[in-house]
Design a binder for this molecule. Structure first.
Ligand SMILES: Nc1ncnc2c1ncn2[C@@H]1O[C@H](COP(=O)(O)OP(=O)(O)OP(=O)(O)O)[C@@H](O)[C@H]1O
Ligand SMILES: [Mg+2]
Length: 258
C-alpha cells in the first residue's frame, strides 16, 4: 500500500516511532516490513522484539551477475534477477527476514558486524531495490534511516511514497523541518511531521514555530518507552498518538490527531 521513509535528527526517536507504528499497523491487519537502513544503530530490532536478520546487502550483492559470490543456488538465481524491473515483498528470502506475525524486519547491515559489506557504494543497491519494490494493497514498508541528510543525499526518498519526519523539542529539529520540507518538495514527495518526546509548553512552542499543517501527532515523553529503550526490551505500550497516525496511514486520510 505504501512505502514510508522515517527521518529526523540523531536521537529524535526515528527508530522508536518506526517500531511503534509498525506494531500498530500490523495489529490493524496489514503486512508490515520494517527496513532497518541505519548501519550504526542497534536498537530497532530489540524494540520490535526480533532477532537481527542476516545482512540484506550481502544478498543484494550476491544477485549481481558479475559478482563472484553466488550463494543462493540455481533456484534463487532463476527467481532473483539483478536487473529485474520490479520486486515484491514475497521475493525476499526468509533468511533475510525475522518475523512476528504479520510484522517482518529486514536489516541492510551493521557497520561493525558486516563492515566489509557496508562499504560504499553498496547502499546504492538498497536504494535501487527500494525503488523497484512494489507493495500490495495491504502492505506497508517502513524504512528507518540514519542521520538526517542520509536519505536525501543518496536518493533513498525516491523509492518511498511518503516521508515522515520525527521532531524532538529542539531548535535543530525546527530548522531541519524547513530544510527537509524543501527537499521533499523538490523530490515531489509528501511529508508529514510527528513530534516526539514533546509535551506541555514545548508542544505549544513547537506548534507555534512549525504550524499544525503537516503535523500528524505529538507523542509525549513516555517512561515505559524510555525504560524499554534503555535496556533494549520489546515495546509493549499502547499510545493513542501512534494509533491515530497508523489509522491515517491506512485510510489515506491525514489529519492532526493529537
Ligand atoms: N516518546 C519517548 N519517550 C521516552 N523516551 C523516548 C521516546 N522516544 C524515544 N525515546 C528514547 O530516546 C532515545 C532515542 O530514541 P531512538 O533510538 O528511537 O532515536 P533515533 O532517532 O532512532 O536515534 P538514531 O539517530 O541514533 O538512530 C532512546 O533511548 C529511546 O528509548
Ligand atoms: Mg535509530
Amino acid at each position: 500500500m505504501m512505502k514510508l521513509l522515517l527521518c529526523g535528527k540523531g536521537g529524535c526517536g526515528k527508530s522508536t516511532v518506526t517500531a511503534l507504528l509498525a506494531q500498530s499497523i500490523a495489529a490493524k491487519g496489514c503486512n508490515v516490513l520494517v527496513m532497518d537502513s541505519n548501519r550504526s544503530s542497534f536498537g530497532l530490532h530489540r524494540q520490535l522484539g526480533l532477532e537481527l536478520p542476516e545482512d540484506f546487502l550481502s544478498f543484494l550483492k550476491s544477485l549481481n551477475p558479475f559478482s563472484k559470490k553466488q550463494e543462493h543456488g540455481k533456484e534463487f538465481e532463476a527467481k532473483f534477477k539483478f536487473f529485474e524491473p520490479f520486486w515484491q515483498l514475497s521475493d525476499i528470502p526468509e533468511l533475510y527476514i525475522t518475523r512476528k506475525g504479520s510484522l517482518g524486519l529486514v536489516s541492510v547491515g551493521k557497520f561493525n558486524v558486516f563492515e566489509k559489506n557496508c562499504a560504499l557504494p553498496a547502499p546504492k543497491l538498497f536504494i535501487s531495490f527500494l525503488s523497484k519494490l512494489k507493495t500490495g494493497t495491504k502492505d506497508f514498508v517502513l524504512v528507518d534511516t540514519e542521520a538526517i541528510v542520509e536519505p536525501f543525499g543518496g536518493g533513498l526518498e525516491q523509492g518511498c511514497d511518503l516521508i515522515l519526519m520525527v521532531l524532538d523539542h529542539s531548535y535543530e529539529s525546527i530548522r531541519l523541518s524547513e530544510k527537509v520540507a524543501n527537499l521533499c518538495e523538490k523530490a515531489g514527495k509528501k511529508i508529514y511531521y510527528i513530534f516526539n518526546k514533546v509535551d506541555g509548553s514545548n508542544r505549544t512552542a513547537m506548534l507555534g514555530a512549525i504550524g499544525k499543517e503537516r503535523v500528524l501527532s505529538v507523542i509525549p515523553p513516555n517512561e515505559k518507552l524510555f525504560q524499554a529503550g534503555l535496556v533494549g526490551r520489546e515495546f509493549d505500550v499502547f499510545l493513542p498518538e501512534i494509533e491515530g497516525v497508523a489509522s491515517s496511514l491506512i485510510s489515506g486520510k491525514f489529519h492532526f490527531s493529537y
